[in-house]
Design a protein. Structure first.
Length: 142
C-alpha cells in the first residue's frame, strides 16, 4: 500500500514537561483526516504509552506516523539501553522506571501491555546497548 502521509516527531529523553505533545499532534492529525473515534482512541492510548516510554527509558528517539488507505502505523525508534528481557517487560506491572518517573506518577508497568492490547499488530525489537524499535499498526475500519 502507498503511504499517504508520513510525519516524524522527535521525543527527548527525560522531557517530562513536554511528554504527550507528539501524541496530541498525532491525534489531531488523524482527527483531521477523519479517522473514526474508535480507531483514534486505540492509536491515542498506544501512542501516549510509547511516547512516555521514550521519555522515561531511552536516551531519546522519535515517533513516526504513517497513514495508508487501510491502516495507521506508529513506529517508535530510540537510542537507549535496550530491553534485556522483552517477555518480562511485556508482563503487566513490571517496570524499570526510575524514581523521578515514579514520583511523577509514571512507571506502573502497563505501557507495553497497553500498546499491544490497543494495536491490531504489534512488534518489538530491541538490542541491549543499542535501542528499541516498536511498530504498531491499527486497521482503519470502513
Amino acid at each position: 500500500m502507498a503511504v499517504l502521509l508520513e510525519k516524524t516527531f522527535p521525543v527527548e529523553a527525560g522531557a517530562y514537561g513536554t511528554a504527550g505533545e507528539a501524541s496530541t499532534n498525532i491525534k489531531r492529525t488523524l482527527k483531521q483526516l477523519g479517522v473514526s473515534a474508535e480507531v483514534l482512541r486505540h492509536v491515542s492510548v498506544a501512542c501516549y504509552e510509547v511516547e512516555l516510554n521514550l521519555v522515561i527509558h531511552s536516551l531519546g528517539g522519535k515517533l513516526i506516523l504513517q497513514v495508508e488507505p487501510d491502516r495507521v502505523t506508529l513506529i517508535s525508534r530510540d537510542v537507549g539501553p535496550g530491553i534485556p528481557d522483552i517477555a518480562r517487560a511485556m508482563t503487566e506491572g513490571y517496570s524499570t522506571a526510575n524514581e523521578e518517573a515514579r514520583t511523577l506518577g509514571f512507571g506502573a508497568g502497563m505501557g507495553l501491555p497497553n500498546m499491544k492490547r490497543n494495536a491490531t499488530e504489534f512488534d518489538i525489537q530491541s538490542e541491549v546497548g543499542v535501542g528499541t524499535t516498536i511498530t504498531m499498526s491499527f486497521a482503519l475500519k470502513g
